[in-house]
Design a protein around this ligand. Structure first.
Ligand code: NAD
Ligand code: UDP
Length: 308
């Protein structure tokens, strides 16, 4: 039985990951400061004797015995990471440094949850791992984008300098149950608005694209990547690219909603197109996403319908 630390384990992706790791007979420590995560997300896991929750902030040192670390702690939605941008960048940079020291002390493997945001507003489409990105270093998204880019740097330097065993996963837009109700990201916003019959708020004209991956597909890839000895970044996401307008129309249809679509101002630095090239993940992990967008949205709608 492995002892696995999941930082950000009470969040959306983290809670699914903790559940899957427990099902695979691991002992899981979930570390979270509950900024955007919630106790409700991990409540079903609490009774498991192999699960332990520790309320802690990754910007503070943390010492324990571990074999593997998944470092997910960081607010992920623009609304939340822009709420306290200084804290966001500290969480990425100091948080990953603390977790790397822990990995070094334990001779443990560490996997960093990086992001498609390291590509910024990409000039290359689709984005593969060799692209260095087009990121504004001083904009409103920079606390997140540059924090995650710096985390990749620190990870790579701990690997080169101290031989720490690392993995870096660049996660593209992922959705599913356990996203926070007030998360502010597009899938949860549109579903909640559609279920309530409120206006669906498209920022800009809705022609910008994203590629949406269902959370189960993503957690499978994270666990597979942890098992490899590949130490450079790997894109994980679903290359099924959609416009935001199409996503809104699809959600209206799936919820039988009477909501109208309204258009609001596009936030600054909002990427125009985003689609992962997942050839590396396919080859390295023998993985590809298997949940189509309608099935994934249906499961997510079912989840949010419990609260609306
Ligand atoms: P989330 O906000 O639901 O989860 C983040 C978790 O980290 C929350 O439980 C939060 O309370 C915790 N956290 C935040 N700051 C912390 C701190 N200082 N100390 C301890 N815990 C802290 O977001 P998510 O979508 O589950 O994202 C998880 C990870 O995946 C993040 O690192 C995010 O950057 C990355 N990611 C997610 C997506 C996506 O589409 N969901 C895309 C790219 C990258
Ligand atoms: N978006 C939108 N309406 C919303 C929330 C988001 O039109 O209520 C847009 C947002 O401007 C972006 C896309 O949807 O173009 C994805 O936004 P999200 O915050 O989910 O993630 P991002 O990929 O931008 O980090």
């Amino acid at each position: 039985m492995k002892r696995i630390l999941v930082t950000g384990g009470a969040g959306f992706i983290g809670s699914h990951l903790c559940k899957k790791l427990l099902e695979q007979n691991n002992s899981v420590i979930c570390l979270d400061n509950l900024f955007t995560g919630s106790y409700e997300n991990i409540e079903p896991l609490i009774a498991d004797k192999n699960f332990k929750f520790v309320e802690h902030d990754v910007t503070e040192e943390f010492w324990t015995d571990v074999d593997e670390i998944y470092n997910l702690a960081c607010p992920a939605s623009p609304k939340h990471y822009q709420y306290d941008p200084v804290k966001t960048i500290r969480t990425s940079v100091i948080g990953v440094s603390n977790m790397l020291e822990l990995a070094k002390q334990n001779d443990a493997k560490i996997l960093q949850a990086s992001t498609s945001e390291v590509y910024g507003d990409p000039l290359v489409h689709p984005q593969d791992e060799s692209y260095w990105g087009n990121v504004n270093p001083i904009g409103v998204r920079s606390c997140y984008d540059e924090g995650k880019r710096c985390a990749e740097t620190i990870m790579s330097d701990y690997h080169r300098q101290f031989g720490v065993d690392i993995g870096i996963v660049r996660i593209f837009n992922t959705y599913g149950p356990n996203m926070a109700k007030n998360d502010g990201r597009v899938v949860s916003n549109f579903i909640i608005q559609a279920l309530k019959g409120e206006n669906i708020t498209i920022y800009g004209d809705g022609s910008q694209t994203r590629s949406f991956c269902y959370v189960d597909d993503l957690t499978d890839a994270l666990i597979s990547l942890m098992k490899t000895d590949y130490n450079r970044p790997v894109n994980v996401g679903n290359p099924d690219e959609r416009t935001i307008l199409e996503l809104a129309q699809r959600i209206i249809k799936l919820t039988n909603s009477k909501s109208n679509i309204i258009f609001k101002e596009l936030p600054s630095d909002d990427p125009i197109r985003r689609k992962p090239d997942i050839a590396l993940a396919q080859q390295l992990l023998n993985w590809k996403p298997s949940t189509n967008i309608d099935d994934g949205l249906r499961k997510t709608i079912e989840y949010f319908a419990l609260f609306v």
